[in-house]
Design a protein around this ligand. Structure first.
Ligand code: FAD
Length: 150
């Protein structure tokens, strides 16, 4: 797949940390007109808890850079005009005009080479997001525990 610039209007799907940070970056640094769609009643409420100061700052920044937050809505389609979203409560559907739609709906571990390497004769340990998606603290803590044992 080749690369290309995003258009002026972007719908980001998924209001977790990744989607919210991306929406902010696109609005602030790339000057895009951004809508952020989240199925839950609020953004930044799924997955590992986002520290309160980050949570509050990000909300303020999204507001300041006029990101159109559509919590309580899920994406049901993409057409020539943009992203078709549906209210989780009423089922009402409408289209948010967009040049591009970016999905940020979840992370899963990218399995490391542990299986391939474990029969090489050297001891192999696995830590971080390759085991379970977390954050820098959980990755460093797991690495520290292993380092203490070897
Ligand atoms: C958008 C986003 C924002 C985040 N913000 C925060 C935050 O504010 N605070 C926080 O604590 N956490 C944050 N996280 C989570 C944090 O980045 C991860 O939990 C952490 O980086 C996991 O560390 P890791 O070492 O397991 O994996 P990674 O940081 O992903 O490092 C793995 C490295 O291994 C390299 N690699 C992969 N395969 C191979 C190979 N075969 N050979 C050699 N190298 C290879 C990769 O290129 C990569 O550099 C964020 C994550 C995302 C996606």
């Amino acid at each position: 797949m080749g690369k290309r610039e995003l258009g002026d209007t972007v719908v980001v799907v998924g209001g977790g940390l990744t989607g919210s940070e991306l929406a902010y970056d696109l609005a602030r640094y790339a000057g895009k007109q951004v809508a952020l769609v989240e199925a839950l009643p609020d953004i930044l409420s799924s997955g590992p808890a986002v520290p309160q100061p980050v949570n509050l700052m990000l909300r303020d920044l999204l507001d300041y850079y006029k990101v159109d937050i559509r919590a309580g809505h899920k994406i049901v389609g993409v057409n020539d005009e943009g992203a078709v979203i549906e209210s989780v409560i009423t089922g009402e559907q409408f289209t948010i005009p967009a040049d591009d739609v970016v999905f940020c709906i979840g992370l899963k571990p990218n399995k490391s080479l542990k299986e391939e390497l474990m029969y090489s004769g050297i001891e192999v340990f696995e830590v971080g997001d390759g085991v379970m998606v977390g954050n820098i603290r959980t990755a460093v803590s797991a690495a520290y525990e292993i380092a203490r044992k070897i």
